[in-house]
Design a binder for this molecule. Sequence first.
Ligand SMILES: [Fe+2]
Ligand SMILES: [Fe+2]
Length: 284
Amino acid sequence: MKPATYSEPMNQLEDWDDFVATRYRQGKTEEEFRNYEADANPGVTQFYRQNHALQTFDFVIQKKAEYCGLTRGKKSIWEMAEYLNTLVDESDPDTDLTQIEHLLQTSEAIRKDGHPRWFILAGFLHDLGKVLCLYGEPQWAVVGDTFPVGCAYSCDIVFPEFFAANPDSKVPQYQTKYGVYEPNCGFDKIHLSFGHDEYVYQVTRDYVPEEAQYMLRYHSFYAAHRHCAYRHLMNAHDEQMFEWVRKFNPYDLYSKGRERPNQPEILPFYEDLISEFFPAQIAW
Ligand SMILES: [Fe+2]
Ligand SMILES: [Fe+2]
């Protein structure tokens, strides 16, 4: 359940997505980019304060143990998408997209560009892990840019000054360049701050190609895919696969301005697509 001591700073999870999209608005100069604080509303700033202070190495290990064993029952992809759709924005139901609409806008943009079916599928799946919110996890444990724990924080992570409040910043072992990791050990061996990326990756990893696994697992790891931080922990295979993470990112960031998906028209395509890759039910 949600810890009672921390209120949810953002009105809705989309406030974080909107902030990221603004931060990386196409055509922004480097100078404009560095002024991201101006684009963050007070809720978003407060959200990062919590996220950076509370995502500790121990917290990540604990949440992985809790969720990555996939012991929360079996459901179809569709059932989970419908469940995620119950996460609604009460403040402005007319103009904001539902969760399924965001997934479909992302996947439809990928489809229109002629990408392979597994890539379209990754677009549809990418935010299903936000059901963590419905499991009772606080916003700071579900969304937000992800970052490695157990080693020094990169200054390419948004609001790096907020890490001063993280207990790990007082643990010398966690504050060296490599921390608890080996040079170029590969991202599979590192622990990222916990959130919807890791969860959807764990749920779907047995069913989707590796390129899609990377897209799902690292789509919020902006320090790495946008700023090329943490290359000293990547191996050659990660370097290759991150090209796919970079290909995916614009579809996630810039899908919102696009037209509302015509669900009755496109749903048959997605029913086929999902049954091509997934059995009727999978473990969550
Ligand atoms: Fe996401
Ligand atoms: Fe998204």
